[in-house]
Ligand binder design. Structure first.
Ligand SMILES: Cc1cc2nc3c(=O)[nH]c(=O)nc-3n(C[C@H](O)[C@H](O)[C@H](O)COP(=O)(O)OP(=O)(O)OC[C@H]3O[C@@H](n4cnc5c(N)ncnc54)[C@H](O)[C@@H]3O)c2cc1C
Length: 484
């Protein structure tokens, strides 16, 4: 890659597409001559959807990797994108701006405004799809309205829609526009890294960037995909892809993932049931984006309006116990500690801890959504809000209100030897399997032998499962009778 001056330059604005392969906007920009690649941190327009701490951490390293891949020409800026882009265009006589679309409601609003205003100044703006297999308007019901139920959306809608685009190769050559006038901030100037030790713990578990995303996909397909359908339920099995942060930041495209699996299936390699199931999970991601697009209030408002009358309780002490993994229910606490110490939580655990928060503690799903938003490396507005609404029962295609996960039976079923619990809760690691899910039922001598002092080095349960379940069922059943 070489730098030289060219008058036909355009700007390529990187957003949630931090990769070179299968990047339609970048490929198009490069066709028009030299480019100015830019990333702009926009904390002003994002308002209440401002990136959480874990996302910022990921972004720091993702930008670092991307800049290295490009040969260090990435312009880094912070502030109002419209102002920044307009200034560069005017200063450098640039007449084209390219980007890939982002579907968060605040981005759609902002990008529409930027496009209108730049167009008025004779600057051409072109946007592309780089992060979805089917954009929300590609898959609609016969009457032109969006699907609200996953199975028909995916089976009838997506699978009979035109095939998704095949992944594109990275540009053979990128010429960078060279000038001394551009912003000279560095990635460090964005102050994305938290200044506490938490970040070092998270980084142990992840390698960030496009190259890592591709090798994660390859390893998953070669060694972990077969048995996905069953194995994905067990937090200690290596059958989930852990691709979610890479997909969120666009270090890999869903098209690359989709065709890597589909082509292997078409060649008759691997178990069809596992590949199919994995593709349907990618379909859930698409579905969440469709919901967010057509119901932009998804992150804040119950899709089923009758839930506006739900008698949520706010109990700060219990919420804090949940966040810290100190509820006294080992499987819940292990999940919450996995989140805090790795920036990730296995999907089975997301469902267990989510159900515990909204159905046993009766705490509003907003609190869970906010905590996940801050702590997850894969925090994603569409997936997070759609999933929390699903858990709470107030979403489009939600878990029925009476589906309350029992933390003890969930533990017995999906962590039967207590391996996951012991990994994240060393205080109770010496308990025998019989009491690892329910330490409060262990006889005194068993607790003593395991060095577990309930109420001292591990909490007593903060709530009674039976009565809290009954209370939730009663509250939920009252909602049934309400008019929507
Ligand atoms: C309460 C709650 C909150 C969640 N918050 C997020 C979030 O902020 N970001 C996020 O990416 N996922 C979220 N999920 C969905 C799911 O838990 C994660 O996508 C998954 O655990 C990521 O791990 P993986 O990549 O190993 O998944 P895999 O099982 O390997 O799945 C592959 C990919 O499919 C997509 N996917 C899988 N399951 C779902 C699902 N249920 N909904 C939407 N997409 C899915 C993801 O992009 C994932 O990377 C949430 C789920 C729950 C129950």
């Amino acid at each position: 890659m070489r730098f030289f001056l060219k008058k036909t330059a355009s700007i390529f604005w990187f957003r949630q597409d931090l990769r070179l392969n299968d990047n339609p906007g970048l490929i198009e920009a490069v066709k028009h001559g030299s480019i100015i690649p830019i990333y702009i941190l926009d904390d002003k327009n994002s308002k209440e959807h401002k990136m959480g701490a874990a996302s910022r951490l990921w972004l720091h390293y993702s930008l670092t990797q991307l800049n290295e891949q490009l040969g260090s020409p990435l312009i880094i800026a912070k502030g109002e994108p419209e102002e920044i882009l307009t200034n560069i265009c005017t200063q450098e006589v640039i007449s084209k701006v390219f980007w890939n679309r982002v579907y968060e409601p605040w981005c759609i609003k902002r990008d529409k405004r930027i496009k209108e205003n730049l167009t008025k100044q004779n600057i051409e703006v072109k946007s592309f799809n780089s992060s979805l297999l089917w954009e929300p308007w590609d898959v609609l019901k016969g009457d032109g309205t969006p699907y609200k139920v996953f199975t028909p959306y995916f089976r009838r809608g997506c699978l009979s829609a035109p095939f998704p685009r095949r992944p594109l190769s990275k540009p053979e050559k990128i010429i960078f526009y060279k000038t001394d006038n551009l912003i000279k901030s560095s990635i460090n100037d964005l102050n994305l890294l938290p200044n506490h030790k938490w970040k070092d713990k998270l980084l142990v578990n992840w390698k960030i960037g496009e190259k890592e995303a591709i090798s994660r996909l390859t390893e998953f397909i070669d060694f972990e995909l077969d048995d996905y359908k069953e194995g994905r339920n067990f937090p200690t099995k290596k059958n989930v892809s852990r691709l979610s942060p890479y997909l969120h930041w666009g270090e890999i495209s869903p098209n690359t993932v989709w065709y890597a699996v589909k082509d292997r299936m078409d060649l008759g390699i691997g178990n069809t049931k596992d590949s199919d199931h994995f593709l349907s999970e990618i379909g859930w991601r698409e579905f969440s984006y469709t919901l967010l697009f057509y119901f932009p209030e998804l992150p804040k408002e119950n899709l089923q309006k009758r839930f506006n009358k739900f008698p949520w309780k706010f109990d700060e002490k219990k919420l804090l116990a949940w966040k810290k993994g100190m509820t006294g229910y080992p499987i819940v606490d292990a999940g919450m500690r996995e989140l805090w110490s790795t920036g990730y939580m296995h999907n089975r655990l997301r469902m267990i801890v989510g159900s515990f928060l909204v159905k046993n503690l009766l705490i509003h799903w907003h609190e869970g959504e906010k905590w996940f938003w801050d702590c997850l490396l894969d925090a994603d507005l569409a997936n997070n809000s759609a999933s929390w609404q699903w858990i709470a029962g107030c979403g489009a295609d939600a878990a029925p209100y009476f589906r309350i996960f029992n933390p003890i039976t969930q533990g017995l079923k999906f962590d039967s030897e207590g391996v996951y619990i012991r990994k994240f809760i060393p205080e109770i690691a010496n308990l025998p399997n019989k009491y690892i899910f329910n330490p409060w039922e262990a006889p005194k001598d068993v607790l003593e032998k395991a060095n577990v002092r309930l109420g001292e080095n591990y909490p007593n349960p903060i709530i009674d499962l039976k009565s809290s379940r009954e209370e939730a069922l009663l509250a939920f059943s009252k909602l049934k009778t309400l008019e929507i």
